[in-house]
Design a protein around this ligand. Structure first.
Ligand code: IDP
Ligand code: MG
Length: 150
């Protein structure tokens, strides 16, 4: 099962969109294997967005991610990386389609509600910034291992 990393950014929490976003992930058929609300440290945010360290918006982005509680999740399912990108919608709110999380709820690229990893290797890296492996529970697969007679 492919894992991805998802974060509901501070404005998603502030706007009480946690439930709305989780509902969309679950109804698509993806599994949530780990979930917690945290205050990200500057160190975590810098690691998370290391590929953007030379961009003009990097410092503001790091400050923003640390500005309030965020929800971090490990989500899995077939092609979960690509499917979560589809559910999130395009980064630029002028291009995110209605029906996507960003398309339905955001109009500013800096406040686009959700982060979701863009490749399997990035997902592994980002998960390792926010989770210990023993916090991640593959419950559906573990249910499959049991044999129920009744
Ligand atoms: P993604 O979140 O869709 O993967 P990235 O290009 O990886 O988009 O950018 C990371 C985050 O940085 C975006 O979600 C957005 O919040 C912010 N960002 C991207 N481009 C800009 C910009 O031009 N100005 C300000 N913030 C930006
Ligand atoms: Mg990205």
């Amino acid at each position: 099962m492919e894992r991805t990393f998802v974060m509901i950014k501070p404005n998603g929490v502030e706007r009480t969109l946690i439930g709305e976003i989780i509902k969309r992930i679950e109804r698509k058929g993806l599994e949530i294997n780990a979930l917690k609300i945290i205050l990200a440290s500057k160190e975590q945010a810098k690691k998370h967005y290391d590929i953007h360290q030379n961009k003009p918006f990097f410092e503001d982005l790091v400050k923003y991610i640390c500005s309030g509680p965020v929800v971090v999740m490990v989500v899995s399912g077939n092609n979960s990386v690509e499917i979560m990108r589809l559910l999130a919608g395009a980064t630029d709110p002028t291009k995110s389609q209605p029906g996507t999380i960003r398309g339905d709820f955001s109009s500013d690229v800096r406040l686009n509600l959700i982060h979701t990893a863009d490749a399997i290797e990035r997902a592994k890296y980002e998960i390792s910034i926010y989770f210990n492996e023993n916090e991640i529970i593959d419950y559906k697969r573990s249910i499959d291992k049991h044999t129920f007679t009744k």
